[in-house]
Design a protein around this ligand. Structure first.
Ligand code: DSN
Length: 428
């Protein structure tokens, strides 16, 4: 594939090569990113990109679906098995479309949705003011407790009782603690709302059993497929049988046309990979690494929001260090450590120049790094923060980071080492 690209379009080939070099030579700590296996990469870059398949298996609007029907059915069955869900839709192009499909499946435009504020760790599509979700729906937002950085479920219940939303969304993009989906389900039931759970960030931890699944407690569960779940970039919806038809119609023809069959093929492979004992170890290690990294950063005097983490991500409040999030993220990038600046709960600074830094461990865990390396990385981050104006120190850290990366190469195929059969935990 690289050869064809190199021959036909050397300019794009060179850019792809540069990105490959960047991804292998940097310590990537953005919690929503990962490395897919070569198998997922091959499936995603396969001839399935050539096929139109509007509709669903055995109900299409185009002919020539002998193979696509089998692939989509396989992806659906694997998703149902892995998440223990009655129904799965593997067609959403992304988490954003999946969320919008979930809302439109259950309620009419103009209804009230209630989600976590973006600046407190929620997602744009949870009703944030610049998102279409706050224009097509009325949006009520909840926050985390400013003292603890955690959800105050009593307060969330009060807000739900006051506003009586039609949908309550559980889930976050920058919340370091395990979410009690059962409580969200109870609150939703009490006020007569649907419960939609967006587990885009933690779905890999959920399938591994490290976090409780929202599937029993939510009407619809939405996730992306590329974060801790480690598949290609896409979306996935899971629901109870009673909502299956509405969910399918909301995705197609409600919001989308032809599904991206190459992505669905990659998702099918990623779901098989997630159904292995190797994946369970990886998920457990993600959390162990995040805890170790948070602990070491705290020892270096960093203020960790909520005092630690239960999942794959860490939110650092930089106000006590008197460094803006963006400034540190940019200095770290020069030091070959890739992070993203982020608002912290109660932030008075704007989202484009916030007071925090968001980091996470999925990518470094996929590379095989463990607690020992987390201590080294915490040291790197601290050295950059303490020498933020000193480019020679930043360069020195960059060289060390590159050296660390060279010891943990991006694995070719991390699921079947020694080419043995993967140990599947459920059978298809
Ligand atoms: N933008 C994603 C993230 O980084 O968390 C959420 O969609």
């Amino acid at each position: 594939m690289a050869t064809a690209l190199e021959l036909y379009d050397p300019q794009v080939y060179e850019l792809v090569r540069q990105e490959e070099v960047r991804q292998s030579g940097k310590i990537r700590l953005i919690p929503s990113e990962n490395y897919v296996s070569k198998a997922v990469m091959m499936a995603t870059g396969s001839c399935l990109t050539n096929k139109y398949s509007e509709g669903y298996p055995n109900r299409r609007y185009y002919e020539g679906q002998q193979v696509t029907d089998l692939i989509e059915t396989l992806a659906i069955e694997r998703a149902k098995g892995l998440f223990h869900a009655d129904h799965a839709n593997v067609q959403p192009y992304s988490g954003s479309v999946a969320n919008l499909a979930a809302y439109t499946a259950l309620v009419e435009p103009g209804s009230t949705i209630m989600g976590l504020k973006l600046t407190e760790g929620g997602h744009l599509t949870h009703g944030w003011n610049v998102s279409a979700t706050s224009k097509f729906f009325k949006s009520v937002q909840y926050s985390v407790d400013p003292k603890t950085g955690r959800f105050d479920y009593t307060r969330i219940e009060e807000i739900a009782k006051k506003h009586r939303p039609s949908i309550i969304i559980s889930g976050a993009t920058a919340y370091p603690r395990e979410i009690d989906f059962e409580v969200f389900g109870r609150i939703a039931r009490e006020v007569g709302a649907y419960h939609i759970s967006d587990i885009a960030h933690v779905s890999g931890l959920v399938v591994a059993g490290c976090h409780k699944s929202p599937v029993p407690y939510a009407d619809i569960v939405s996730t992306t497929t590329h974060k801790t779940l480690r598949g290609p970039r896409g979306g996935l919806l899971l629901c109870k049988t009673e909502h299956a038809e509405k969910v399918d119609r909301a995705v197609f023809p409600g919001l989308q046309g032809g599904p991206h069959m190459h992505t669905i093929t990659g998702i099918a492979v990623a779901l098989a990979e997630a159904n292995t004992r190797e994946f369970l170890s990886y998920a457990k290690q993600i959390i162990a690494n995040a805890k170790a990294l948070a602990e070491k950063l705290a020892e270096h005097g960093f203020d960790i929001v909520s005092g630690g983490t239960d999942n794959h991500l860490i939110l650092i409040d930089l106000r006590s260090k008197k460094i803006a999030g963006k400034k540190l993220a940019k200095a770290l990038d020069r030091a070959s450590i890739v992070t993203n600046y982020n608002t912290i709960p109660g932030d008075t600074a704007p989202p484009f120049n916030p007071s925090g830094l968001r980091i996470g461990t999925p990518s470094v865990t996929t590379r095989g790094m463990r607690e020992k390396e987390m201590a080294i990385i915490a040291g790197f981050i601290n050295r950059v923060a303490e020498n933020i104006e000193n480019e020679s120190v930043i360069e020195e850290v960059s060289k060390k980071a590159l050296l660390l990366c060279s010891e943990f190469s991006v694995p070719d195929h991390f699921i079947i080492p020694n080419k043995t059969e993967p140990q599947y935990m459920y059978s298809e």
